[in-house]
Write a protein that binds this ligand. Structure first.
Ligand SMILES: [Fe+2]
Length: 234
């Protein structure tokens, strides 16, 4: 069985469309929306293809119309794209976002999977680095062969003995310096991390067509072209 892991699409449908893999099951690890502006086709793709999903902090913010606090560049970008979501998402999209679970446990191909966007301690928001001891603590009562996460936008494979913690990296807004769409494949218990280039110019143009303000388009383009660096001017 071939299992596709994707996370942190962030409304970048050009990046999502570049992933041309066959799969028997697809696990989506949260953050379909915000930062980018092409939310509706990303949600439609997930609804049509994902075997299981969990809710990311940005899915929650859009579903619940959460007001952003603070003025950091990423918060400004999230708030502006959330406002665009308001215009482009249907009631059915919002219902889907509202009902995404915080965690999911399932068995595939004889192996136990536990899905959460961030960590079991704080399912949507905790940023936990690649620290075996800290992950061991968070996973004390979780029995799984694979714990699949997103949120940091950086690929990770942590071997904790009985359990492997896998972060496939971000489809639509990587922060590991590699400006491509990231994902992972699990087949016969073996994990492979992959990236695929996509048309960043087209993704940026889509933001312009959606009406995102020019300073935030420049910020997004810098983030996408550098694989996650903030420009010196912000
Ligand atoms: Fe994210």
């Amino acid at each position: 069985m071939r299992i596709l892991l994707i996370a942190d699409i962030h409304a970048n449908f050009v990046a999502l469309s570049a992933i041309q893999e066959s799969f028997d099951a697809c696990l989506f690890l949260g953050d379909a929306v915000e930062y980018g502006t092409d939310s509706a086709p990303c949600l439609d793709w997930i609804r049509g293809h994902a075997t299981a999903v969990v809710r990311g902090n940005h899915d929650h913010s859009t579903a619940q119309r959460v007001q952003s606090q603070g003025a950091s560049p990423l918060r400004r970008l999230a708030a502006a794209t959330r406002a665009i979501n308001e215009r482009v998402l249907t009631a059915s999209h919002r219902k889907f976002l509202s009902q995404m679970p915080l965690t999911r446990s399932l068995e595939l191909d004889g192996q136990k999977f536990f899905l959460v966007h961030a960590t079991p301690r704080d399912p949507m928001d905790e940023y936990l680095p690649e620290d075996a001891h800290a992950w061991q603590q968070r996973l004390s009562f979780i029995e799984a062969d694979f714990v699949c996460v997103g949120h940091t936008h950086k690929p990770m494979q942590l071997d904790l003995g009985q359990t492997q913690v896998i972060n496939p990296g971000s489809v639509g807004q990587p922060r590991n310096g590699v400006p491509e769409a990231h994902y992972a494949i699990i087949e016969q218990g073996k994990v492979s991390f992959r990236t695929v280039p996509y048309d960043i110019s087209r993704a940026v143009e889509q933001m312009r067509e959606a009406g995102l303000e020019e300073s935030l388009i420049e910020l997004s383009e810098h983030l996408l072209r550098t694989g996650g660096s903030l420009p010196a001017s912000v």
